[in-house]
Design a protein around this ligand. Structure first.
Ligand code: AMP
Length: 112
């Protein structure tokens, strides 16, 4: 069972900010900044390494495009931070690759 697969499939509710055929972007349940959105590929990859090895590049490109789109929608194009936690040592808690988009304030050095 994967909580983000369930969110992608609509089995668990979420607040969507953006979606396209490859990714969804939802508000984080526990925001660490005024804007805290998660960009999540619809296809399950365990982490960024799994995605790099098993994607032909389409999902990686879609993620970058979606991050830019989210920044535009949220009005933070002038400055924001993208974080990917990879694996246990990287602090990843949900094992479905996702990218934190944080902004809306002057961000401190370490917030996640
Ligand atoms: P990470 O620690 O990088 O794996 O990030 C997982 C993120 O998912 C955390 O910031 C959580 O707050 C967030 N999260 C967990 N469950 C949900 C959910 N149901 N809806 C939105 N965000 C969630």
């Amino acid at each position: 069972m994967c909580i983000f697969c369930d969110i992608v499939e609509g089995k668990i509710p979420s607040t969507k900010v953006y979606e396209d055929e490859s990714v969804i972007a939802i508000r984080d349940l526990n925001p660490q900044a005024p804007v805290h959105v998660l960009v999540i590929p619809r296809k399950h990859f365990d982490n960024i390494v799994d995605m790099a090895h098993n994607d032909d590049g389409a999902y990686s490109a879609a993620v970058v495009d979606a991050i830019a789109e989210v920044a535009k929608i949220e009005g933070i194009e002038d400055g924001f931070r993208v974080i990917n936690n990879c694996g246990e040592d990287g602090g990843q808690s949900v094992m479905h690759v996702h990218f934190h988009v944080l902004g809306g304030a002057k961000l401190g050095e370490k917030i996640l």
